[in-house]
Design a protein around this ligand. Structure first.
Ligand SMILES: [Zn+2]
Length: 264
């Protein structure tokens, strides 16, 4: 159970199910029950009730689509790619959303179709570079992220701290400090309050003896830090968190958590 007040939820569920019995043509009851199930991890049942809601009222279609994707993602993680494919195939008019590309990409990777998995991941990252992190995790798990791969992704999407620092780390490990520094300068310029970029940038500057520059950078950074926010922000309710999720933990909206632009 996600909610602490499980007793209240049980009663709410009961009351809504009673509503369905009394008014079987009222879409609202199915939709509200589906929401309770979704929020308590009963995703299969949630989809079932959303389908009934959509049959009565089209406006719940997006919610149904996202919940289906959520269910497919759940099945993939349980090793049930057959069930996930079944869900994906039945989606007739998919919204081109990052979450859709994420699930498709993951599904292809899990069944060994690496090229298709990669191509879908690129589509998703291009569509929304702010959602790059979960895609990179999948690519790393199945293909690894060597230099060639990282550069390919940057060329086909964009340079940001999430992927830029992976490449920096790789260059440092290979003792290619000049190249790492060049990339860090670019990242530091573009993302002046990213603390990870700053930390590694200063460390390299220090190591190569540019100590005066380190002091100047720290002073600049401290000023900017006062305004720093958390890594992700919900574009709907403004909730801020450092942990990414496809669903906002506060307002339960889909895909509204984005990299917090106030930090960039
Ligand atoms: Zn929210």
């Amino acid at each position: 159970m996600v909610y602490k007040s499980a007793g209240f939820l049980d009663r709410a569920e009961e009351a809504l199910l009673e509503g369905v019995r009394l008014f079987p043509g009222e879409s609202y009851f199915y939709y509200e029950i589906a929401k309770i199930y979704k929020n308590s991890g009963r995703i299969e049942e949630s989809v079932e009730f959303l389908e009934k809601a959509v049959a009565l009222k089209k406006e719940f279609e997006d919610e149904l689509l996202y919940t289906k994707l959520y269910l497919a993602n759940f099945y993939i993680e349980k090793g049930r790619t057959d069930k996930a494919f079944k869900i994906i195939r039945k989606i007739h008019s998919p919204l081109p959303t990052p979450f859709f590309y994420y699930v498709i990409s993951k599904l292809y990777y899990y069944v060994g179709e690496t090229e298709k998995g990669y191509s879908k991941a690129l589509q998703g990252m291009r569509l929304s570079p702010k959602h790059m992190q979960p895609f990179l995790e999948i690519i790393e798990e199945f293909e690894g992220l060597n230099e060639e791969k990282l550069r390919d992704i940057i060329n086909k999407t964009e340079l940001n701290p999430v992927i830029g620092l992976k490449l920096v780390q790789l260059l440092i490990n290979e003792n290619r400090k000049d190249e790492a520094l060049k990339l860090l300068e670019e990242l530091n310029e573009k993302f002046p309050v990213d603390s990870e970029v700053k930390e590694i940038y200063l460390k390299i500057l220090w190591e190569i003896g540019r100590k005066k520059q380190v002091v100047d950078e720290i002073e600049k950074f401290l000023k900017l830090l006062k305004e720093k926010k958390k890594a992700f922000k919900c574009e709907n309710c403004g909730f801020e968190t450092d942990t990414f999720d496809w669903i906002c933990p506060k307002c339960r909206n889909w895909e509204t958590l984005e990299i917090n632009c106030e930090n960039r």
